[in-house]
Design a protein around this ligand. Sequence first.
Ligand SMILES: Cc1ncc(C[n+]2csc(CCOP(=O)(O)OP(=O)(O)O)c2C)c(N)n1
Ligand code: SF4
Length: 283
Amino acid sequence: MSIKELGTYAKNTWCPGCGNFAILNTIKMVLDELKAETGSLQNVVMISGIGCHAKIVDYVNVNSFYSIHGRVVPVAEGIKLANPGLKVIGFAGDGDAYGEGLEHLLFAAKRNIDITMIIHNNRVYGLTTGQYTPTSPLGFKGRSTPFGTMEKPINPLEIMLSSGATFIARGYSNKMDLLKDTMKQAIMHKGFSVVDVLQVCATFYNMYDYYNSKTYELFNHKPDDYASALAKIREWDYNSDSPIGLGVFYKKEEPVFDDKFRMVSPEKPDRQTRINELLKESI
Ligand SMILES: Cc1ncc(C[n+]2csc(CCOP(=O)(O)OP(=O)(O)O)c2C)c(N)n1
Ligand code: SF4
């Protein structure tokens, strides 16, 4: 399979200039490398939510599941627990992950379940045409806040760190080489990994110029040190005018939930025997 063969027949409906294109092309490059290294993409599953970002699963020719708004994480967790041999990669918008689905994200991080979440963080609801999200800056003017939001944004990376995520990173849709390296590291990490991708919505919140001038690749940073990670994560709070670090902020090896879950789960009863027993009981 080549990168071309990873495409599908589905017509792409994203706006010209949308950062989702970079994320799509990046995941294809990562999958292409995984195919070359492992020989198959049979064990890869992509899951998405609802929103512009979610169409990504329509455009990549691997096993996929289109879930509902805010529910990418529980679907991904269910798939991983049902078949631990799978590489499970969830794609969610910032409204999806940090609004509707935040609680699921916290618990997945707390459990250290071995899934990857790629968050397309355009800091706006794209599909529903420009409402503010949990990471829109204070004063953001959109469809639902014509006079500007009166709330400060959350820092999702800080929330992920305090919830127990063992791999926390940030990418930017206009820095694809770094994004590819970061996404691949996240996917290869054993444990809960999250990559917040600053994904520019060209139509409702065009931040290319700003991010181009503010983003930099982390250097001399110790991702295995919690205090250093927290300090770096706090450098930009999604509201201030500070430099915006890109790359891996935190990385730690810890036992994963799926292994622990299997250790305490009783042996699966033979399905047919159980069906026969139930039939006998009900006749
Ligand atoms: C529970 C629920 N609430 C609201 C909606 C309506 N809705 C569909 S897409 C969307 C916004 C998606 O925004 P985001 O997750 O940031 O993704 P983007 O479109 O920006 O990629 C909303 C509010 C929905 N489908 N389900
Ligand atoms: S509305 Fe924004 S996020 Fe949605 S496709 Fe257009 S540019 Fe991309």
